[in-house]
Ligand binder design. Structure first.
Ligand SMILES: C[S@@+](CC[C@H](N)C(=O)[O-])C[C@H]1O[C@@H](n2cnc3c(N)ncnc32)[C@H](O)[C@@H]1O
Length: 184
């Protein structure tokens, strides 16, 4: 990635072009993505959430694994949201086109689980760490959990909520970090 592209935030149009393929990062066929799903499922095994939000849900690859009575997925890409809706027609899942920059309790209410995976990278959020951190905090009800999973080498920001657990493992050519954090 060149330094100029590092500073540029991907637009909704660019993301929509990406989603001309249903599975642009080949999550369904890459064994590393099967492992990250297993790790996520192991972390939340035996738990049931009331209302969950998946920010940057893409085509719903991970969203479908969230054990909650209501699961909302949001993504900046309308194309991604259309794919997610078609793949998960169950009314337990609701999908909306919305940016993480606009994902706040004022627009969405609060959740006992917020999931954000593969989104907190410069190409998506630039340097808007304080805004994202404030948004994530607002979205969680007291005691609510944030689970985030990212390529460690690409992360420039980590949510500041209190850390409950952290694990790392190999993901493709990188290291993945999977963390659970809690709202005070
Ligand atoms: C690498 S994919 C991860 C998809 C999914 N979270 C997963 O882990 O399988 C990143 C996703 O973030 C979405 N995205 C990028 N910028 C965003 C923004 N500002 N707000 C919400 N979603 C965004 C992209 O459209 C894409 O679906």
């Amino acid at each position: 990635m060149s330094s100029s592209s590092q500073n540029k935030i991907q637009s909704a149009d660019e993301l929509n072009q990406h989603y001309s393929a249903e599975d642009p990062w080949e999550y369904e066929s890459n064994p590393h993505d099967a492992v990250r799903i297993q790790r996520f499922k192991r972390l939340i095994a035996g738990r049931r959430f009331r209302r969950a939000l998946d920010i940057g849900c893409g085509n719903g690859f991970l969203t479908r694994e969230i054990p909650a009575a209501e699961v909302m997925g949001i993504d900046l890409s309308t194309a991604a949201i259309e794919i997610a809706r078609s793949k998960l027609p169950d009314p337990r899942f609701q999908f909306d086109s919305l940016s993480v920059f606009d994902a706040h309790s004022r627009t969405l209410g609060q959740f006992d689980l917020v999931v954000i995976t593969g989104v907190l990278y410069p190409q998506y959020i630039g340097g808007a760490y304080r805004l994202i951190d404030a948004n994530l905090r607002s979205l969680l009800c007291p005691g609510g959990r944030l689970i985030h999973c990212h390529i460690f080498e690409w992360l420039r920001y980590t949510p500041t909520l209190n850390l409950l657990s952290r694990e790392t493992y190999q993901y493709r050519d990188y290291t993945h970090v999977l963390e659970e954090r809690v709202a005070e």
